[in-house]
Design a protein around this ligand. Sequence first.
Ligand code: AHM
Ligand code: MG
Length: 348
Amino acid sequence: MIAVKTLGQFIIEKQTDFPYAKGELSRLLRDIGIAAKIVNREVNKAGLVNILGDAGTVNVQGEGQKKLDVYANEQFIAALRSGGECCVVASEEHDECVYIESEISKNAKYIVAIDPLDGSSNIDVNVAIGTIFSIYRRQSLEGKPLISDVLQKGSEQVAAGYVIYGSSTMLVYSTGKGVNGFTLDPSIGEFCLSHPNMTIPKNGSIYSINEGNYVHFPQGVKDYIKYCQEEDGKTGRPYTSRYIGSMVADIHRNLIKGGIFLYPVSSAYPNGKLRLVYECNPMAFILEQAGGLATDGMNRILDIVPNRLHQRSAIFLGSEVMVKKLMSFLKRTDSERNNDHISAINAL
Ligand code: AHM
Ligand code: MG
């Protein structure tokens, strides 16, 4: 008989990786896992009850909130509130930080940044969506936590993870010692270890970008897309284009199969679309832990010090060889591009 290892068992087992740990992080991860199961239940029956569609409210980014976004946000915050291990939550759905000021939580060690329901444009059409979370240790020693406790650079993350509500539901997380994936077994209601020690292939052949925005992209990104589409037997090009429009689902696929995900700056989003604190940082942490790279085109994502809670960033992340190749295109100067163009014409 094959023994099943549940998320709860795995978390307790891994607590010994941190000799100083007193179980708080384990309990926090457990609380997130429980909330994920509750959200999963609603995601699965979303078509049956009146939970699809707009909630009629608008979040801080001016985007219409979907009912499931609101529900997921409430569930995760409720789980963190009752768990007692988190003193502040930074959520995509809240303009300001949510301070948990109960007696047990106010001095808790940890801060959670969360995108409760990512890929909201896919909710109504039965396409994979996700939850993204990031955990930091509080830096200030007493009193109300400071905004600087929340605005730590991504390299300070103690743990990060995502849940993908797809053809099956998975929770993937890292505490900085590799990446492990757990699939929800609905028959027993437990996340079970299904993908131990996940690593991203060093190279890949999938590129994921909203190509409809092509005309608005920086020249380096346009050049890289053309590179991906060129025929070249040696490097296996043309590559395959795959874009779901849910960051979690696109990155999850690329993590398993090898690939690159791109969300550059564009004229519509001059600072990029995705949010640094609760979208880019956690996904960059996981990808780096799996052996990949994550950059905004100039800086390692995890080295950027955020100065605002809902700060946006360009992001390129995935297999090492692909990200490095993209970087070489981004670094090219106009005169290098012109020279290439002239050589191409001469070669005709
Ligand atoms: P959301 O948090 O409001 O759902 O937005 C984030 C999503 C990402 O999951 C996805 O990668 C991106 O937005 C898709 O954007 P676009 O529709 O511009 O391609
Ligand atoms: Mg999001």
